[in-house]
Design a binder for this molecule. Structure first.
Ligand SMILES: *[C@@H]1O[C@H](CO)[C@@H](O)[C@H](O)[C@H]1NC(C)=O
Ligand SMILES: *[C@@H]1O[C@H](CO)[C@@H](O)[C@H](O)[C@H]1NC(C)=O
Ligand SMILES: *[C@@H]1O[C@H](CO)[C@@H](O)[C@H](O)[C@H]1NC(C)=O
Ligand SMILES: *[C@@H]1O[C@H](CO)[C@@H](O)[C@H](O)[C@H]1NC(C)=O
Length: 278
């Protein structure tokens, strides 16, 4: 009986934990941050770190005209310009962001460099679980300057409001990046899939992915129903057990008076015998 009770309590706890886990939105986490590849013509600005732009590879001594945001650059304390067509800033500052161009005598078109700020603060969780009819909210925690482009893909296809419902909404994230937050409400089973947040800024492309699982509302209900069923069974067992015990007691007390009477009779006889002996 004790073992039975204990196992029921354990099962109950297990069921409760399942229920708690299944309720609401849950998500597994993945590592934050993230390295992003720079390209030849788009460099990320890292404050306090060197910024190096090279106009022509392997050049040794070429006159180079550099501009930043349309203004001609002259070498100084902050910016060094080397004859090998390299622009060098030893400790980059926020103000060094911008569009650079360079042109040597052998080039017909200037070469353009974009020095940008771009940080993916946090990757999307590996997976995101939402209860059917709840709201799915995915936030691409990216920050950038100049304004970057965020696009959402679901299973490789752009996320669109195909059925003209108002379920889909895209809004700015906390860094004012447009479309960086994707919300779907109410979410349907068919919304489950691989969601990718595609970030692009000039020629830098970064992405972060989450697997969205939409859970049946009944899936969350099952553990609860399990607990209810368990309580009912437990009560039944206790009821039956108690009933048997009471019945057993009743049977016992039923036989007792008879025994008493018999004893009394025996006692009387004994008394009689004793009295006669006297
Ligand atoms: C620069 O020189 C290296 C070898 O020193 C060579 O591999 C590379 O292709 C050259 N790059 C250009 C743009 O000429
Ligand atoms: C260009 O010259 C500077 C100074 O001599 C050097 O630090 C740098 O590495 C050179 N850049 C290239 C691409 O050769
Ligand atoms: C959605 O609405 C647009 C106009 O608002 C209409 O052109 C389009 O056909 C609609 N699509 C569906 C699937 O109803
Ligand atoms: C996401 O980035 C990885 C590399 O970082 C790349 O291999 C993959 O193709 C990208 N996915 C999309 C949908 O662009």
């Amino acid at each position: 009986m004790k073992i039975l009770l204990l196992s029921f309590i354990l099962l109950g706890l297990y069921g409760f934990c399942l229920g708690a886990g299944g309720g609401g939105v849950s998500s597994s986490t993945s590592s934050g941050g993230g390295s992003m590849k720079e390209t030849e013509d788009t460099k990320r600005l890292r404050e306090g770190r060197p910024l190096i732009l090279t106009c022509e590879q392997n050049a040794t001594n070429l006159e180079t005209k550099w501009t930043k945001d349309g203004n001609e650059l002259v070498a100084g304390d902050h910016i060094q310009l080397f004859p090998n067509t390299t622009l060098y800033i030893s400790t980059a500052q926020k103000e060094d962001k911008g569009e650079y161009s360079c042109k040597t005598g052998s080039m017909t078109e200037p070469k353009i460099f974009h020095v940008v700020e771009l940080t993916l603060q946090k990757h999307l969780p590996k997976s995101t679980t939402v209860l059917e009819n709840d709201k799915l909210s995915l936030s691409c925690q990216v920050q950038g300057d100049p304004e970057l482009t965020v696009q959402w893909l679901k299973d490789g296809e752009p996320v669109e409001d195909t059925d003209n419902s108002t379920r889909l909404e895209m809004s700015d994230n906390e860094y004012d990046v447009p479309n960086a937050v994707l919300s779907i409400k109410p979410i349907q089973k068919s919304d489950s899939g691989n969601y990718v947040c595609l970030i692009s800024l000039y020629s830098i492309n970064v992405n972060t992915t989450t697997v969205v699982r939409v859970k049946d509302i009944y899936a969350a209900l099952w553990p609860f129903l399990g607990i209810v069923a368990e309580v009912v069974i437990l009560c039944l067992i206790i009821f039956i057990y108690e009933k048997r015990r009471i019945k057993a007691n009743f049977d016992d007390s039923d036989s007792d008076p008879a025994q008493d009477v018999k004893n009394n009779v025996d006692g009387k006889k004994e008394n009689d015998i004793r009295q006669r002996k006297h």
